[in-house]
Design a protein around this ligand. Structure first.
Ligand SMILES: Nc1ncnc2c1ncn2[C@@H]1O[C@H](COP(=O)(O)OP(=O)(O)OP(=O)(O)O)[C@@H](O)[C@H]1O
Length: 446
């Protein structure tokens, strides 16, 4: 149970009311300096409430009080003179920094009710942050994400290679890390290699390592990324961009479990699980001759597809709240909340950059907002009032495509099993796969 604590800022001019608070079971914590407030904010749990007692010339000290209040995690109520509310800067201050206001003379009963509500709100907020998953957790309650987490768990228990597909920023690396964390390799390293960033000339030495003297400049032996990941997981991001020559060696490694360092004819056994990711249509690349078909099938033992954020709009706000809780501390700013306009704007946005864009916009919003709430403009978004619901036929299309993807993943592309699990004939399944351009994910022989 959290104690009833109230931080009182701004003078001792209400001794009777402070006494009433004590009698009502509140611990009153008077604050006289910014340092004291900072210490209380650090040492008191965030369910404590704040009461600001506005004194004479309050309107001249608004910037100081604004930065004091916003530097804390507490919810605040301000007590002021009624005529002060005629000053627009004061009204703006109350709107931005406070949960509520009361004016003098004090109506003790009413103010106690307000403080009771304030505490209730602080407790709720505390619980909300308390249940937040730690940073690095895959958030999302959309049915596709729920299924995706289950699949990741199942896959983690096996040693199978995995191919993760999805647009840029959808969370492919996060899923790969989750598989690693849940696997019996979690004590080994997670080695991430961005194949797109490696020039063709470097990819071989980077992945497979080299012996001293293997080429000019090879002054000592160097282990490659595959060997360094031994006992752990190798994450090959943007696998579609890997040079063809390196693809041959990677295939040999996947078939035989051995590598050869450049300059050495001796194969070395390496125990590594490979998780690859791509944002391009890898099968399309196979057809164009840019990616080896045999390697595609070696990597694609299990597939996880992450749909873009716009196709799972119910995930936007839970992920946003999680990210605010995680990033506010890293950025050294208070945990501000989303205004209702911001919630609407976030849901309306199309998210071409997916969750990465969401992370960036929220970080910007946390830094730029000057009040208790993050507003749309703080995140570089237009305030939107449009309802966030997609037309029904678009929702149906999305649901149909997701059901197909899930069934394909669970049944490893086996068409007969997929058709059975979806309760449709093979002919209908073929039509649906064709319509959603998912034929590549289905095994034509099954
Ligand atoms: N479901 C999620 N829950 C919480 N955070 C997420 C989620 N999905 C993605 N993120 C966060 O979004 C950011 C981008 O994710 P990640 O790097 O895994 O995407 P990616 O698909 O690998 O991107 P790219 O294709 O550009 O390499 C990361 O900070 C990640 O932690």
């Amino acid at each position: 149970m959290f104690p009833k604590q109230i931080v009182v800022l701004g003078g001792e001019n209400e001794p009777d009311f402070l006494e009433t608070l004590r009698k009502e079971g509140w611990t009153v914590l008077p604050v006289r300096s910014a340092t004291q407030l900072g210490a209380l904010n650090r040492d008191t749990d965030s369910t404590a409430c704040g009461l600001l007692l506005a004194g004479a010339q309050f309107e001249k000290q608004l910037p100081r009080f604004r930065s004091l209040l916003l530097s804390t995690d507490f919810e605040w109520v301000v007590l002021l003179e009624q005529q002060m509310l005629e000053i627009s800067e004061v009204r703006q201050f109350v709107y931005e920094c406070c949960y509520d206001y009361h004016h003098r003379p004090i109506d003790a009963k009413r103010l106690l009710v307000t403080l009771g509500r304030l505490r209730g709100k602080a407790l709720l907020r505390h619980r909300q942050y308390d249940v937040e998953a730690p940073i690095g957790e895959l958030i999302g309650e959309h049915p596709v994400m729920v299924q995706l987490r289950k699949n990741a768990q199942r896959i983690a228990r096996s040693q199978a290679n995995v191919l993760i597909t999805g647009e840029s920023g959808t969370g492919k690396e996060l899923v790969a890390r989750t598989i690693h964390r849940l696997s019996d390799r979690s004590h080994g390293v997670f080695q991430a290699v961005n194949c797109g960033a490696l020039p063709g000339s470097l990819v071989q030495s980077e992945l497979f390592g080299y012996e001293k003297g293997a080429f000019t400049g090879a002054s000592e032996r160097r282990l490659g990324r595959i060997e360094s990941a031994s006992g752990g997981t190798l994450f090959l991001d943007e696998i579609g961009d890997m040079a063809l020559e390196a693809q041959v060696n990677l295939l040999r490694f996947l078939q035989e479990g051995t590598i050869e360092r450049l300059g050495s004819p001796h194969p070395i056994g390496v125990n590594v699980r490979v998780v690859a990711a791509t944002h391009v249509d890898l099968m399309g690349r196979v057809r164009q001759g840019g990616f080896r078909e045999d390697l595609y099938y070696r990597l694609n033992v299990c597939t996880i597809h992450i749909p873009p954020l716009r196709e799972r709009p119910s995930d936007i706000i839970p992920i946003a709240q999680h990210l605010i809780a995680c990033h506010a501390e890293n950025l050294g700013v208070p945990k501000r909340r989303l205004s209702s306009e911001s919630v609407q704007a976030l849901v309306n946005h199309a998210w071409p950059g997916n969750v990465r864009e969401l992370t960036n916009r929220l970080s910007q919003g946390l830094v730029m907002s000057s009040g208790r709430f993050i507003k749309p403009k703080d995140m570089g978004l237009e305030a939107g009032v449009e309802p966030s619901i997609y037309p029904l036929d678009k929702e149906r299309e999305n649901a149909e495509r997701e059901a197909l993807r899930i069934a394909l993943a669970i049944n490893q592309g086996n068409r007969s099993k997929v058709a059975r699990s979806l309760g449709v004939s093979r002919a209908t399944l073929y039509r649906l796969l064709n319509k959603h351009q998912l034929l590549d994910l289905a095994d034509a022989t099954s």
